[in-house]
Write a protein that binds this ligand. Sequence first.
Ligand code: 4NP
Length: 157
Amino acid sequence: MTSVLFVCLGNICRSPLAEGVFTKLVSDNRLAKQVSVDSAGTGSWHTGNPPDKRAQTTALVHGIDISGFRARQVSLRDFDRFEYIIAMDNSNKSDLLNLSPKSAVHRVQLFMDFSSEFFSKEVPDPYYGGDEGFEQVFSMIETGSSGLLTEIKHHYF
Ligand code: 4NP
């Protein structure tokens, strides 16, 4: 059993998309009982809100329904509960590292470090841009998810 938490700023665009994509990938690999998945934001402005409509639409176009997700803020307990704490960009990563107990610092990692195609890049914040930004973010999330699952399979299964 392992656990993954995706983290962005608002928890209404990037990290719910990542939660949706990764949950489907885990399920397609028949690992739903072994890998739990969640998402959160470093900020609290959108707590309780559903994902941004553009994120919902992008997910749905790819056959994934994230309309039932609700935003929440990262909490200290998350550093105990999740083995992989996956930041979308460097600012999310540094906020998480500032919040993290020393014992959990190694759990905080940049999402695209699991993607060979986008290695060490940031998943850009699509909130203030157009619809095409969400499609770009979606494809980055797909390759990162596949790399992350490969890493988890090597490590655990
Ligand atoms: P996210 O995008 O971090 O991918 O959920 C954002 C959503 C909202 C805001 C910023 C980024 N905001 O400033 O409200």
